[in-house]
Design a protein around this ligand. Structure first.
Ligand SMILES: NC(=O)c1ccc[n+]([C@@H]2O[C@H](COP(=O)([O-])OP(=O)(O)OC[C@H]3O[C@@H](n4cnc5c(N)ncnc54)[C@H](O)[C@@H]3O)[C@@H](O)[C@H]2O)c1
Length: 333
């Protein structure tokens, strides 16, 4: 491996690859995308000049001229691709969730190098506001226990405006409940901020359109050992969506992380306030930092963060909520 430039293969040339991974890779001076793969040849038409393309993902994973791969495929396809890449000795940045269920990730967990060479695209972990919030929680700034209100409402039913996006969301809904596909981000954030799993999980779900294959709105109420309660809601596929939110309220104050921007506002009962302005567009900042950490792991041997354990812990929690909500039947054994 060159110690200056990491030669990247990008597998899966769909929405998130083109909208976020590719721009981050192109801006990073330590990476060069050498090859792109997608099973759908049409998707490869947007590959930048100079990037070789193929519909054969396996050839990329085995390519000796590729140092590391970014895998941006749906969770039904991801585990097999990650397994092959790890077996070929590659470093891997794989999109979340790692699989449709914890059970579906079994072979990846046992793969050589999974703990050392696999980073998971729980992208919204990588932001200074999230780190500051974690610091404040650990320092006891809000007291305990908390109420955490977390709502993820980003995927509208808008077939007229965005037919391709709408079709993608419907496809995803058929295979993975929203509380897993999107909720895994919030589960990772709860794990990261609180450092523990809940002692009790209640789930609920509802379907707002009988034409949908399953419930498009899922959520859970999570109770932690100290009495902290986290209310998690994932709202998908309504024409108008409620606002996303992430608010931590304790006896000594509260913190509001604004989901669209990741601006952080802290208000304490003693009158102190702190406002952390975001350093830039949330997606750009998070994907850039995620990639920096991945490149460090590849070139400097630092531990991939979040790695396998965090990927499994967040998926386990999301699956626990899905089971409690009665929507886990979508999840294969
Ligand atoms: N980290 C984040 O913030 C974030 C945001 C959005 C999506 N995602 C995740 O990224 C993944 C992809 O989402 P998307 O919205 O880009 O979906 P998408 O459907 O737009 O793209 C997926 C692409 O993978 C290709 N593909 C599927 N199986 C393949 C295989 N075996 N070999 C080669 N190509 C294959 C498809 O043809 C498609 O082009 C999902 O797991 C999703 O949860 C993460």
């Amino acid at each position: 491996m060159s110690d200056a430039i990491l030669r990247i293969g990008l597998v899966g040339f769909g929405d998130i690859a083109v909208r976020a991974h590719l721009p981050a890779l192109e801006r990073n001076p330590r990476t060069s995308v050498v090859v792109g793969a997608d099973q759908d040849a049409e998707r490869l038409a947007v590959a930048p000049t100079g990037v070789r393309t193929t519909t054969d993902a396996a050839s990329v994973l085995a390519d000796p001229d590729v140092d590391a791969v970014v895998i941006a495929t749906p969770p039904s396809a991801t585990p097999a691709l990650v397994l092959a890449a790890l077996e070929a000795g590659k470093y891997v940045l794989a999109e979340k969730p790692l699989g449709r269920s914890v059970a579906a990730t079994a072979e990846v967990r046992d793969a050589p190098g999974a703990a050392e060479r696999l980073q998971i695209g729980l992208t919204y972990r990588h932001h200074p506001a999230v780190d500051r919030l974690r610091e404040l929680i650990a320092a006891g700034a809000f007291g305990r226990p908390f109420l955490i209100q977390a709502a993820i409402c980003d995927e509208p039913a808008n077939p007229d405006v965005d037919p391709r996006g709408y079709a993608r969301r419907l496809r995803s809904l058929e295979r993975v409940p929203p509380v897993i596909s999107d909720g895994v981000h919030a589960c990772d954030r709860l794990n990261y901020l609180l450092g523990e799993a809940p002692v009790d999980v209640i789930g609920w779900s509802l379907c707002t359109d009988p034409a949908y294959p399953t419930a498009n709105v899922n959520g859970g109420v999570l109770t932690y050992a100290d009495g902290t309660v986290a209310r998690l809601e994932v709202v998908w596929l309504t024409p108008l969506l409620p606002r996303s939110q992430f608010v931590v309220t304790g006896p000594k104050g509260l913190a509001t992380l604004d989901p669209p921007t990741f601006g952080l506002t802290v208000e304490l009962a003693d009158g102190t306030t702190e406002i952390l302005e975001p350093p830039g567009d949330k997606t750009e900042v998070c994907f850039a930092l995620q990639l920096e950490r991945f490149v460090d792991a590849c070139l400097a041997g630092t531990a991939p963060v979040p790695g396998l354990d965090e990927a499994i812990a967040s998926l386990e929690l999301a699956e626990r909520i899905a089971q409690a909500a009665g929507v886990a039947r979508l999840v294969p054994a």
